[in-house]
Design a protein around this ligand. Structure first.
Ligand code: NAD
Length: 478
């Protein structure tokens, strides 16, 4: 079995404590696919020390913006070069479709390209105070920026925050998710190394959240944290950041709803559902996990969604034609089974699926629940599996109430041919992103983040860069 290591101070290294390692499994076969060193506190200390030293050397801070941009474009080129080898590893450790795994490296490259364009646009302003004072502002990086990443999009989510922090001039320490660390420690780190990133600017460690994750967030030399993951962990990170009074970007979970109006093109809804709740086995933060359909079209829509769910080809992510991939782990599979059971016990009816698939691997059937009531657990909690809850509404206000009636606010959508209705609803729905007649219309350039418990701050787009910069005001007595 191949062994993987941390990437600290420009070198691949084992953990300080010999023998500390994590075995990573293919969720489709339940077989081990790699072993990686597991960081403990000493390793976290080394990674942070390396980032701190590189920050204090000012190698990135003083690098002319255009040079920093060139370096970032080199990283992007290298990421594209490793997309095939990295994609293969990511497909095995995560279970996702091979093309989607390869695309994560291309997506990562797009983030580095996009933020390379902002390095020379980090501008302050002058402020009129009086004729004897010249007052101006400048933006500066925080110093050591920590990045804690989830397993569902390990490369895309990492690049999303890392590229932005790097463009702003921070040195960084990345903690990968323990379930999917291999592609980051190998192909991603290789791209960083091949691009000639000076040692210490980007350090990558693997370890458990309760160990290395905790130690990293609590480290006295970390000055800013970026976290993408569950609400529960996000709150723990916010507590840890508050303890040290440092800023944190938190991108958390969701229970996003699509409102389907009577005039909607139902095939568009079905088409969106294919990627947005059954793609990636539903393990998507902004998954379209609820459909709120007008009573006049609900039965027809449920029929179409159930046909879609039962038609999906189950298989390994690397096999041509596979449409439904496994969920990440036995634990996750059991959670989904429990949700499914709770839905049925609460009175929802199963229009398709509802059970684990009878084969090796952590597969759950593409599932459509009909007759779901807003207060049911399956309508309130993030299931993070291929499970869609369909609810019914009579009028538009009721639809908005149901859509907004959870603790989350990551995404929401509306399907209608009426542009007035669409814009009205877009302003009424609680969510950081609203999709009309589609799902996932964004790009690296569109700001992304949550309302309510789905988090705050924004990643992606021009808005995100401010999260990695602090503002300094300078007044000169003339
Ligand atoms: P998770 O919260 O369990 O873990 C995320 C990361 O946090 C992992 O690297 C883990 O090791 C680490 N961690 C766990 N406990 C920690 C602690 N106490 N201190 C520091 N680090 C700790 O989430 P997950 O299961 O990996 O990911 C799924 C969740 O992520 C879902 O809720 C999903 O909606 C969310 N997510 C959100 C976005 C977004 O942009 N809003 C994107 C992707 C995933």
């Amino acid at each position: 079995m191949e062994k993987y290591q941390h990437y600290i101070n420009g070198k691949w290294v084992d953990s300080v404590v010999k023998g500390e390692s994590i075995i990573v499994y293919d969720p489709a076969t339940e077989e081990a696919v790699g072993e990686i060193s597991c960081a403990v506190k000493d390793d976290v200390d080394l990674a942070v020390e390396s980032a701190k030293k590189s920050y204090e050397s000012r190698i990135l801070v003083d690098m002319p913006p255009m040079e920093r941009a060139n370096l970032m474009r080199k990283i992007a080129d290298e990421l594209r070069k490793v997309s095939k080898e990295g994609g293969k590893i990511l497909c095995l450790e995560n279970g996702k479709l091979l093309p989607a795994a390869e695309f994560e490296f291309v997506d990562a490259a797009n983030y580095f390209d996009y933020y390379s364009g902002l390095t020379d646009k980090i501008e302050g302003r002058t402020i009129p105070v009086n004729s004897q004072v010249m007052d101006y502002t400048i933006y500066e990086p925080y110093g050591v920026s920590a990045h804690i990443v989830p397993w569902n999009y390990p490369i895309s989510m990492l690049a999303r925050s890392l590229s932005c922090a790097f463009a702003a001039g921070n040195s960084t320490v990345v903690k990968t998710a323990e379930l999917t660390p291999l592609s980051t420690a190998s192909a991603f780190a290789k791209a960083i190394d091949n691009a000639g990133v000076p040692a210490g600017l980007i350090n990558i460690i693997c370890g458990y959240g309760s160990g290395a994750g905790n130690d990293l967030t609590a480290h006295k030399d970390v000055s800013q944290v970026s976290f993408t993951g569950s609400v529960k962990t996000g709150k723990a990170i916010l507590h840890a950041a508050a303890e040290r009074a440092i800023p944190a970007v938190v991108e958390l979970g969701g229970k996003s709803a699509a409102v389907v109006m009577p005039d909607a093109d139902l095939d568009k809804v079905v088409n969106a559902a294919k990627g947005a709740i059954f793609g990636q086995a539903g393990q998507i933060c902004s998954a379209m996990s609820r459909v709120i359909a007008h009573k006049s079209i609900k039965n027809e829509l449920v029929g179409k969604l159930a046909n879609l769910a039962t038609s999906l080809k189950v298989g390994h992510g690397s096999e041509d034609g596979t449409e439904l991939t496994p969920v990440i782990s036995e634990d996750q599979l059991q959670k989904i089974e429990n949700f499914s059971r709770s839905g049925q016990q609460a009175g929802a009816s199963v229009a398709a699926g509802g059970n684990r698939v009878d084969r090796k691997g952590y597969y759950f059937e593409a599932t459509v629940f009909d007759d779901v009531q807003p207060e049911m657990t399956i309508a309130q909690e993030e299931i993070f599996g291929p499970v869609l809850s369909v609810l019914e509404f009579n009028d538009q206000d009721e639809a908005v109430d149901i859509a907004n009636g959870t603790e989350f606010g990551l995404a929401a959508g509306v399907f209608t041919k009426d542009v007035n209705q669409a814009t009205k609803m877009a302003s009424q729905l609680n969510g950081g992103q609203i999709y009309v007649n589609s799902w996932f219309t964004g790009s690296v350039a569109t700001p992304f983040g949550g309302y309510k418990q789905s988090g705050y701050s924004r990643e992606k787009g021009q808005e995100a860069i401010k999260s990695y910069l602090q503002l300094k005001n300078i007044g000169i007595q003339l």
